[in-house]
Write a protein that binds this ligand. Structure first.
Ligand code: DLL
Length: 425
């Protein structure tokens, strides 16, 4: 363990620490961020916390509110106290910008070092980071955490997949990180180059940034013959490093000394209990640059009850099911794209590249799932696979969808977060 004392801290001690930090951060946000002072005053709440449950009295913070105060309106310190800036991609609106003080970077490196060590990274590893170095938080998070662990980092950055594979071969990379769909693409690229990814030296990988289903994890693990870990995080909190899974692979441990989790009913805002699925709400407990109180992540999950056999005391959440705004309503039925992915990926005849297109036909929702076959095949076989998958999707979701099996290499590829849904309704 990277920080055994903190990772195994007994529950009562951890709760004491959380309470101490919560009291401080709520007061700090109120005193230093005009947005919070106004918000609390308008809601008629005092910035005083006596017990952990008092957090429930405080109002939520939403992405729209952050957007209205971008780029620097949410800062609790003058800009000159900050030493680095990151932002979300902003494809759906104004990018969310986060400024880090030196101490914020130190905390980020610490939670990343814990997450990476938990996934098996040691100072003996050759750690390749095929993630864009830029305003996206991914690469820098892995970089700072990897440095803290003491691994030898190869900062290969964005794209150029053939070169990524050549460098893996040349340097004997043992550990990779990033976005799962890109790691799949890298594996496919290696195969095209006549190299079996499983024969490279890579034995461990940690991925996140997008829905990461169980079946995709299995595929990735088999393709590279590596242990696959899931890491979660978001720009608003720091980037990757809010939580990650241990070798038990049963839920992701949230680093509770820095991030306080709650699960709420996304419709009513009521706080839900352990094992009850809802929207994850996070409060930063130690952020100096941009503290956030009760942030609605829109990510759907639940908190586990009970302790983990790995010995870490920090609470686990289930792998993210999807974002509440990714949830589709098809003919009145709620559907997350991950549910489709889990069905498709069980069929060894198809590749990992797939897409769903939703259209209206005579006022009815019509979904077409397009999947690449693993190898070139004839029409009869393609139709048979399509029919098999269509039936399985129906059993899993109760919905009838069109399924099309396409030849390999026909769907668009992405080096960043993958887009699985085209909604033309
Ligand atoms: O994606 C940070 C990150 C980079 C995490 C690399 C892990 C690895 P954002 O661009 O702000 O930050 O996007 C955050 O991505 O609210 C989730 O919806 C989704 N997400 C992140 N990690 C996971 C995961 C980075 N492990 C948004 N599983 C979050 C599912 C994830 N979804």
């Amino acid at each position: 363990m990277f920080n055994e004392k903190m990772e195994k801290m007994p529950r009562n001690k951890l709760d004491e620490l959380k309470l101490k930090r919560l009291k401080k951060i709520v007061r700090y946000a109120y005193d230093n961020v005009p947005f919070y002072r106004k918000k609390f005053d308008e809601a008629g709440v005092e910035p005083t916390i006596k017990k952990l449950e008092d957090i429930e009295k405080l109002p939520f913070t939403t992405k729209d509110e952050l957007r209205k105060n971008m780029p620097f309106g949410m800062l609790a310190v003058p800009k000159d106290e900050c030493v680095e800036l990151h932002s979300s991609s902003g494809t759906t609106g104004i990018p969310i910008t986060v400024c880090y003080t030196r101490n914020d970077l130190e905390v980020w490196a610490e939670v990343m070092a814990r997450s990476l060590s938990m996934a098996g990274l040691t100072k003996k590893d050759i750690f390749q980071i095929p993630v864009p170095y830029g305003t996206f938080t991914g690469a820098f998070g892995f970089h700072y955490g990897g440095q803290k662990v003491g691994a030898l980092i190869i900062p290969t950055g964005k794209g150029d997949s053939e070169r990524q594979i050549r460098l893996m071969e040349y340097y004997g990379t043992t550990f990779i990180a990033g976005i799962a769909s890109y790691a799949i693409h890298l594996g496919q690229t290696a195969m095209k180059m006549g190299i079996e990814p499983s024969e490279l030296n890579v034995r461990n990988g940690i991925f996140g940034a997008e829905t990461f289903t169980k079946e995709m994890k299995k595929r990735l693990s088999k393709m590279w013959d590596m242990d696959v870990h899931d890491i979660y995080g978001l720009t608003e909190m720091c980037g990757p490093g809010v939580s990650a899974d241990c070798d038990t692979h049963d839920g992701l441990h949230i680093w509770e000394d820095h991030f306080l989790p709650e699960i709420i009913d996304p419709d009513t805002g009521d706080v839900l209990g352990r094992e009850e699925e809802g929207e994850l709400v996070l409060t930063t407990l130690t952020k100096e640059g941009m503290p956030i109180i009760r942030y609605r992540t829109r990510d759907i999950t639940f908190l586990y009850d009970g302790t983990c056999e790995c010995g870490r005391s920090h609470v686990r959440h289930a792998p993210i099911k999807g974002r509440s705004d990714d949830m589709l309503i098809i003919k009145g039925t709620n559907l997350f794209p991950g549910q489709i992915e889990d069905v498709i990926m069980k069929d060894e005849r198809v590749s990992e590249n797939w897409l769903m297109v939703i259209e209206k036909e005579n006022d009815m929702d019509m979904v077409t799932v397009k999947i690449e076959s693993r190898k070139k095949i004839g029409d009869d076989e393609a139709n048979k696979i399509a029919e098999d998958i269509r039936k399985k999707i129906r059993v899993a979701t109760t919905l009838n969808m069109n399924v099309e099996i396409l030849p390999p290499d026909t769907l668009p590829k992405s080096e960043g977060k993958v887009k699985r849904v085209i909604d033309r309704r």
